[in-house]
Design a binder for this molecule. Structure first.
Ligand code: SF4
Length: 358
């Protein structure tokens, strides 16, 4: 599809999902997507420098990423809505960027009712008045399929990469898969990239014990999924020889949201009220994994994330009831790799010794 003239759209970096945002903007809407640079220390420092002190870390990370997107040539920024403070963040971030002197159009999804189909049409028409509805639908559906492939492959990767007996093949295939998703320009390329990687992963020899150490990750939506924000906690655990599980991803949380209604019923004995955007699935999966005999749980959140602070006492109860260790990790712009590694190594030693004794 020919890109609409003069419209360079960007969306802040968010785990590996920017490849799907690019696909939808370019193939479904027909505008140009500006890929913000991968998040680095600079992104965090920029975000922290211009953010109020009390906001949670994803605000700072996404603000830094927006600044880098504007520097890379974006003239239109998209910002998501959310069920917590995130719903107000777009407005504040827009004002900060305008005060810094940037000129851009800001499309704040909080201003739209995202439960209604006609609102999606309004957004698409705003971004490209000439967008073709049929082409949009086809491209949008393929973009969502890309999200599902990403989540499926990422889950498989972290469950198995710690047992790769080939000396690095598993990681190489996963990274090739990501490159294929970032560069795919058609449905055929998305499907081919996924199928090639899927069958290649199956052929890699794994050296996995019959009862490997299994750890479940729960936590705040952004930090638990974004490898830079959580300092690659999944990779670090996997490298120690742990099978890492995480339910929280875009596919499970948004595209299969109906599953959460059942979870809410099942955790009623642990918490009577809905406590935040990710509380129910986090509590449900923490107990589910404890019942399935997992060796440990890791709870990940950003500093000053109120919804996830509320989840912590419930996790403490689960830990006590099922005698399962829970590691609580809080991240801010200053969290260091060394401090994290020390805590992860101590956690690993504990669950390893506990498994041998049990
Ligand atoms: S869930 Fe927590 S960290 Fe994430 S945006 Fe909301 S308040 Fe901030």
């Amino acid at each position: 599809m020919d890109a609409v003239k003069g419209r360079n759209i960007s969306f802040p970096r968010y785990a590996e999902y920017n490849c799907a945002f690019r696909f939808i903007i370019e193939e479904a809407i027909g505008a140009k997507y500006i890929m913000p640079p991968a998040i680095t220390r600079r992104t965090m420092e920029l975000g922290a420098k211009y953010s109020p002190d009390f906001v949670c870390t994803p605000f700072k990370t996404t603000l830094g990423s927006m600044i880098e997107a504007l520097e890379a040539g974006a003239d239109t920024l998209l910002m998501t809505h959310g069920l917590c403070r995130l719903g107000y963040y777009g407005e504040l971030q827009e004002q900060i960027l305008r005060d810094l002197g940037y000129k851009f159009e800001f499309v704040n999804l909080s201003e739209y009712d995202m439960s209604k189909k006609k609102e999606y049409i309004r957004i698409v028409r705003r971004l490209n008045p000439k967008a073709h509805p049929a082409k949009f639908l086809a491209g949008f559906m393929e973009g969502l399929r890309m999200v599902e492939y990403l989540d499926e492959m990422t889950a498989e990767y972290y469950k198995n990469c710690g047992f790769d007996a080939s000396g690095g093949e598993y990681k190489r295939i996963y990274q090739d898969f990501l490159t294929a998703m970032y560069t795919a320009g058609s449905r055929g390329e998305v499907e081919a990239g996924y199928r090639t990687a899927k069958s290649a992963l199956r052929r890699v020899p794994l050296k996995k014990p019959q009862r490997p150490l299994r750890v479940g990750l729960v936590g705040e939506f952004y930090t638990v999924m974004d490898a830079f924000s959580n300092l690659e906690v999944e990779q670090k655990l996997a490298d120690m020889g742990v099978e890492v599980h995480r339910w929280m991803n875009v596919t499970n949380h948004f595209l299969r949201f109906s599953a959460e209604k059942n979870m809410r019923v099942k955790v009623r004995d642990l918490c009577a009220y809905e406590m935040g955007p990710t509380a129910t699935p986090n509590i449900f999966w923490a107990r589910e994994w404890a019942e399935r005999g997992f060796d440990g749980l890791v709870h990940i959140k950003s500093a000053s994330c109120t919804p996830e602070i509320d989840v912590m006492p419930v996790l403490q109860n689960i830990g006590a009831d099922y005698k399962i260790p829970v590691l609580y990790l809080t991240y801010d712009a200053q969290t260091s790799d060394v401090g994290l590694m020390t805590r992860l190594e101590a956690f690993y030693d504990m669950i390893h010794m506990r498994k041998r004794v049990l």
